[in-house]
Design a protein around this ligand. Structure first.
Ligand code: FAD
Ligand code: NAD
Length: 468
């Protein structure tokens, strides 16, 4: 019998545990080393707990206007203790699920911190201080990332927190300044503002969510502002001062120095890659600062070492980490596959949600495409009216010659689920005609994708005729 390769995976987040399962499915002898808990950032302090809080925040806001939905609801109150218990319940349930998947796939899980002793072996230091050496044919690095705290004066004051601490809510603060208007910034702004905290986002770029389609960002921004969130763009934090009455954040905005005060400051300016202490200097792995350099097959410069997920710094998303994990495992097991980032969706779980796949309008124009853009505002969509969530837009970006879909952008309810349609359209190189000839169920929000596709040809059914 041919001996199957042994693979050791370092890190049990959505990159590492998915790579482990795929490698085991292909017959590898798999060991996974995790220093904390299975599920990594995503399950423990990332995607899952934030969405538990966002879900409750959304229902809370909806119940506040229950009379519009024909309901008479008594006083609605947030029970923080119960919410924290529920968050833990959801996280634990999913971690137990990953543990079950490890056991049923015959994957050995070792708890401890791994580092390379030499190019062929790792040392695992267990929490009880014991050390074990492991030698495998291949390694997959999936060590993820942690919150980044930039070198700003006052950043280490108590009260200056990161997303990890912001998930453990023991009281509703009067006010919070969020430094960074990226995905973490707006999701936490949505949570805290819904619970009654005065939130100010400070973003150094001219716009929040700088990588998303500008027009769509404007719609979300309008709603965030309507919900009481203050947004200071083109604003750079100079220092944080603790003057007794909360924290003062000194900001430079268009050359002017402004002082704003809050109870807490949440720093959400990106993430730092976990490669320190991994002993990569003992291998041939090439790095660019703390990022591990990989090619489309997820190979590093060292023939027996692959890297996936946040530690590659390519696109810090759980679904990217998992997709890379599958590609790495398959390549090690003799398949010849490459990562294609074209269909990666970006999702923001605010109310309304925002989701995007493919090129933004500006990116498509910069690439020289002649475009046909179709839009459908949700105010014209039956289901949106039924659920009383009409603030939103669907935008289809297609190129003129064949009508090929280049991008789909959605702000509105269910956006994060609906975006799968756009990802599939891009994978299949679908045209707007193919969406148009597909029958969409009524009444659904998804119908608006059909309408927006029709609008690329000025043929939307539920938009008043332009000749009227
Ligand atoms: P991680 O999930 O970070 O896992 C790495 C694991 O490696 C950790 O468990 C760590 O303990 C372990 N480890 C590190 N070093 C060692 C070592 N030396 N030895 C042993 N083990 C080690 N992404 C989305 O797609 N959707 C979302 O909604 C979303 N929401 C987020 C919300 C927040 C607040 C945050 C912070 C992130 C969010 N993300 C989201 C990003 C997502 O969590 C990450 O992209 C994803 O977890 C990366 O997976 P990974 O496997 O690369 O790393
Ligand atoms: P980010 O890179 O998305 O946003 C950081 C923001 O901070 C940027 O807009 C940047 O311009 C701004 N910024 C940087 N330095 C600043 C400063 N000194 N002052 C003011 N603004 C400053 O990073 P993030 O929001 O911390 O998220 C980290 C990662 O986690 C992202 O890659 C994201 O993809 C992932 N994540 C994803 C989701 C999701 O998919 N829903 C949710 C949360 C986090």
């Amino acid at each position: 019998m041919i001996k199957q390769p042994s693979i050791t995976i370092i890190g049990g987040g959505p990159g590492g545990y998915v790579a482990a399962i795929r490698a085991a499915q292909l017959g590898a002898d798999v060991t996974l080393v995790e220093k904390k808990k299975l599920g990594g950032t995503c399950l423990n302090v990332g995607c899952i707990p934030t969405k538990v809080l966002l879900h409750t925040a959304e229902i809370y806001k909806m119940l506040e206007r229950s009379n519009e939905l024909g309901l008479a609801v008594g006083m609605v109150k947030i029970e923080l203790l119960a919410l924290m218990t529920r968050k833990k319940y959801v996280v634990d349930k999913l971690i137990n699920g990953v543990d079950l998947l490890m056991r049923t796939n015959g994957i050995k899980v070792i708890y401890g911190t791994a580092s390379f002793e030499n190019p062929k072996e790792i040392k695992v230091k267990h929490n009880d201080g014991k050390i074990k050496t492991i030698k495998s044919d291949y390694y997959i690095l999936a060590t993820g990332s942690k919150p980044y705290k930039p070198p700003i004066e006052g950043i280490d004051f108590p009260g200056v927190i990161t997303s990890t601490e912001a998930l453990d809510i023991t009281e509703i603060y009067d006010s919070m300044i969020i430094v960074g208007g990226g995905v973490i910034g707006v999701e936490f702004a949505s949570i805290y503002a819904s619970f009654g905290c005065n939130v100010t986002i400070v973003e150094m770029m001219p716009e929040i969510l700088p990588n998303m389609d500008e027009e769509m960002v404007n719609i979300l921004k309008r709603k965030l502002i309507k919900d009481g969130i203050q947004i200071l763009n083109s604003a750079k934090v100079i220092k944080i001062v603790n003057e007794g009455s909360g924290l003062n954040v000194i900001i430079n905005r268009n050359g002017l120095e402004i002082k704003i005060n809050a109870h807490k400051v949440l720093v959400a300016v990106g993430r730092e890659i976990n490669t320190m202490g991994l002993g990569l200097e003992n291998t041939a792995v090439k790095m660019e600062r703390s990022k591990i350099i990989v090619n489309d097959k997820l190979e590093t410069n060292d023939k027996i070492i692959y890297a996936i997920g946040d530690c590659t710094g390519i696109n810090m998303l759980a679904h990217v980490a998992s997709a890379q994990g599958i590609i790495a495992a398959e390549n090690i097991m003799g398949l010849d596959v490459k990562m294609d980032y074209k269909t990666v969706p970006s999702c923001i779980y605010t109310t309304p949600e925002m989701a995007s796949v493919g090129l933004t309008e500006n990116q498509a124009r910069a690439k020289g495409y002649e475009l046909n853009i179709g839009k459908f505002p949700l105010v014209g969509n039956g289901k949106s009216i039924i659920i009383e969530e009409t603030e939103g837009l669907i935008k289809v970006i297609s190129e003129k010659k064949y009508g090929e879909i280049l991008g789909l952008h959605i702000v509105g309810p269910r956006a994060t689920d609906l975006i799968a349609v756009g990802a599939l359209a891009l994978r299949l190189e679908a045209t707007v005609d193919e969406i148009i000839s597909t029958i969409h169920a009524h009444p659904t929000i998804g119908e608006s994708i059909l309408e927006a596709s029709l609008d690329t040809k000025n043929l939307a059914i539920h938009i008043p005729a332009k000749t009227f």
